[in-house]
Design a protein around this ligand. Sequence first.
Ligand SMILES: [Zn+2]
Length: 428
Amino acid sequence: MKNWFCIVCFCISLSIHAQERCGFALGQLKRERDNPSWIRQKAEFEYKIREFNKENSLENKRIAAKVYKIPVVVHVIHNNASNVIGGANNVNISDEQIASQIRVLNEDYRKKTGTNGFNTSPVGSDMELEFELATKDPNGNVTNGITRTFINNNGYDITEENQAIAKLIKWDYERYLNIWVVRSRNGIIGYSTFPYDSKLNGLETTQQDLDAQKIFDGVIIDYRNFGTCCGTLSNTYNLGRTLTHEIGHWLGLLHPTADTRCGDDFCDDTPQIESLNLNTSCVKLTSNCTGTSVQNMIENFMDYSPDRCMNIFTNDQKKRSRAALELSQTRKRFINNLEPLPETDVLTISTEPNPIKESAFLKTQFKGQKNVVLSVYDFRGFLIYEENYPNAQSNYFSIKTDKLRTGEYIVRVQAGEETKSQKIVVFK
Ligand SMILES: [Zn+2]
């Protein structure tokens, strides 16, 4: 009953507002519908995040002090048969428009002084995340971090068709934050995956969820709400904050309402509010969720305010995003891949952990940059699977345990001319 009520609300809200800030709430309803254990999984995720932050409360410096540089690839999916780039109302947006968007991310996620992303709020946080267009593609070739794909259609329902979009083109989700720019035809201007797949620390994740995340992981944005210049931009969402907001979801942040009246976003320093800001202005709003009137934080990037009103991520939002990066299996692999490990003179490998229960990484160190081949054989010497990493540096490579049953295996790494093997044991 409750679900139907929410769907009705959502449809009413869609009909009033030609543009909907984000498809997160709709995506959640869809998952609830498709997966009966979804509510329980969500509760477990929140429990783990809470426990992680409790354990690390004295050590927040350790979690907070690191700046991660996130490699980004922007896939422009367009229907411009002439392949003209840029100009008015062209979904095949210009490199300049994309650059303007990346600049905004760095202002917002670093609370950069002298920019729109700066704030003086006592709870305002520097998220210590930086974004840069990838300089190497998955094959190790030089790239500008932008791909362009022509497809003869009139756009997408970005909440329902995200997998279809990702099937057109995607780069390794554990090495790049994939962002697709498309024409949205359902009025929703942004959509993102959420890091629920936290199997790493014992959380239940359905195979269905894991499979879905292999097909689509990243953010989809409508081209009229991307960046700050150069193309045709909407009046309200014209300063690049749709992507700032959606990457917030990719990092595990919720809307301040948690999509229900006076809901809990699990951040103590964001006020509990009755509803998101659906106005086209920055007018102050108040809520009364606890018997006292409080002012909404309409400046928060996770609200629905117009772009020009937004400039705050809070300290608790930062803690939550850092916890999600550590706890989610795919996000943890992502941050492991960000920084190469120290080089060693000769190839060394070690599996962490071994025996393996759920997931594992192969710590692989060598000299310089080499083509790496990771192969897993069963005890009879049959190849189970093989992965190639061209021009790789010393790093953690994930062992794909979903391909392995309980038993003993040999993992073999070839890095350039050197090879090393190790026995691994899987318990499922
Ligand atoms: Zn959202």
